[in-house]
Design a protein around this ligand. Sequence first.
Ligand code: TYM
Length: 336
Amino acid sequence: MTAKPRLLSGMQPSAASLHLGNYIGALMSWKALQETHDAFFFIADLHAITVPQDPATLRENTRLTAAQYIAAGIDPAKSTLFVQSQVPAHAQLAWVLNTLTGFGEASRMTQFKDKAAKQGSDAASVGLFTYPILQAGDILLYQAAEVPVGEDQRQHIELTRDLATRFNARFGETFRIPEPYILKETAKIFDLQNPQSKMSKSSESPAGIVWLLDDAKTTAKKIMRAVTDADGRVVYDREAKPGVANLLTIFSVLGDVPISSLEEDFAGRGYGDLKKALVEVVESTLGPVRERTLELLADPAELDRILAANADRANEVASATLADVYDKVGFLPRSS
Ligand code: TYM
């Protein structure tokens, strides 16, 4: 029997709810990939504190995020679903990788530049600066062959590959070089109010984000008010008609219908019809996810128990890689 290829991905618990971009860009493919891969999915709470978090809220959001993974179909009996801070090797490997990363190299990360520009360089923490290096550690600890992410994470995966190659060249073969796994059509879901920007937790337009845990009425309202254009034709054109293209993408992925059939079905009909039909499709997907999340949250002790058991599994793999790294860089082992 050949072993299944190893796969790893994660999300930050930086809001109470995940959004439709996270669902389509990440969770949907994670769910499918767990069938064919030895999958590790985690909640990146170490990453979340690179911007200020209220402690009680962070703890709650971490549980909420775990519940949404499970509700969206990540099965903790098939995949290893854990909280990053419960596996100490993440922070430990990040330190070693920090020492191999050039200051200029880290300065070129576009997500850091965007976030730092928003916050001002004095408010931006050094943790935010080294964020991608912690991410590289996440991936390399598990010797992941593939990393399913949205397009926005591509540069971080490139850095991970560079750091792994550098470590291997300096200290001998240690890390597997991971490949990004990016689904083209769904790699980016855009903000409903500002279809030039990706749907993002930190967006300035609350009406542009569809939260997984929003109630059906709120979601319907957001979809019905989504920005389109004055042209009136339901045609996919990312450049000229970004709002309509985004609605068609969401419809196509959630409804599992090709965009070309949607264009045919809605030919000669207005955007109102398209939006009404989309409201149905979104609700039939998100409604059950919302309900299941609430059920899981009703028993937080059971959720915490699942996470603890999964963290044990993750720890086994991660601590073996870390021990190898510590040995290779020349740390003196503690005598037992
Ligand atoms: P995060 O929490 O920002 O996003 C989680 C995942 O959702 C995808 N995503 C989107 N996909 C499509 N359209 C959108 N509008 C959209 N917004 C977000 C992201 O691409 C991502 O896959 N740095 C990571 C977390 C992380 C990680 C890792 C990921 C930490 N360590 C190791 C992979 C491997 C992040 O901020 O994700």
